[in-house]
Design a protein around this ligand. Sequence first.
Ligand code: ADP
Length: 444
Amino acid sequence: MFKKVLIANRGEIALRIIRACKELGIKTVSIHSTVDADSLHVRFSDESYCIGPAESSKSYLNIPAIISTAEVSNADAIHPGYGFLAENPDFAEICENCNIKFIGPPSGQVRAFGNKAKAKSLMEKFGVPIIRGYHGDGDPKKNAQKLAAEIGYPLLIKAAAGGGGRGMRIARNQKEFEDYLQVVRTEAELAFGNGEVYFEKYLQNPKHIEIQVLCDEYGNGVHLGERECSIQRRHQKLLEEAPCSILNDSLRKKMGAAAVNALKSNGYKNAGTVEFLLDENGDFFFIEVNTRIQVEHPITEQVTGIDLIKEQIKIAAGEKLQFTQDDIKIKGHSIQCRVNAEHPETFVPSPGKITSLNIPGGPGVRVDTGIYGGYQVLPFYDSLIAKLIVYEKDRPAAIAKLRWALEEFHVGGIHTSIPFHLKVINHPQFLSGNYNTGFLDSNF
Ligand code: ADP
């Protein structure tokens, strides 16, 4: 097992990783920007180093500073969390070359799945259903015409290097396709430094269902069931639940097997998520692989009893998975609300000082957060300030618990998305479980 792990992240996920390390008897090194000196991840790690100013590009994305901190502090591994450098193949490769274990898949896997167009071809090779589209060579305009003749518009133009819901445009006819092609290319070049685009059939109101997979370094792999993430704004998740209330056991097994077999066949190691869209006919299609821990991982932990961060660390340290697929049992129901520092109606970011705070608790209520009374929510980083996760025996009981937990959750001095979540979970369509990615647009 590792002696010391450097956590290349901030906020709730940095704290979450520090806690897992403590339980495994591993010393922790945190890094922080100048403005994050008073953060909990700094306070609760064994050692902490300031690695740059507020701007992420000069601190949390500063690879030379992070690697030298790991070397100076004698860390034998780096956990990247999510966001920042978590899916940067160059960072993973530099860690490998410096003999620092990257807690995640090998850099080759991060690179292979980082290009979403190539990932589609790869998954197709492993027999995973993909959405019809073009993700290879050829003239995109001609290909779009050809595809539209077969399946019709709308088509979705996507950035191959895209992420976080950015770099996507729906084209409803050939004229829009031609106009948006250049727009997506330019946006992708600016946002991701890679203007490569691909396109596919735009599915009308699908469900977003993703499968959590764990693979060790000896070819063993399991899936831990699904997460339903269809409550989205601008393709970004806001609330997630596990299990998905409309998925039957046979479909769950099929999707799980597709995900775990594809990753295993590709030689994948560590935690990964295979994301699918599920249409109204019950057909599912691959969209992407996330080669890191995800924001919504806690709901899987709640329904399986498996600590995903500890598993990531153990796998990276060379331990074998201690369970097989038959040992994984999905029990109860869990829902996570992302509490963002933003206006609940306009979604405009709301940084500032937290003047008063009440965090709900009790059995089945988990809050993963880095905030405290007097904490300053900074404008430089993601607006996620807490994750409220409830666990109960079934979905209605989980929703009932979530309702009072949201009502008790008070963050003074700034706006948060808490009132938005209350509206969502009281909506008849959400209560029915029969909702899809169009929920927000059609109801709010
Ligand atoms: P990102 O990596 O930016 O999160 P994804 O490919 O994972 O992008 O897609 C994010 C969301 O965009 C999906 O959950 C879904 O709501 C929507 N989406 C993506 N592809 C399609 C598609 N072909 N048809 C309809 N919706 C889609």
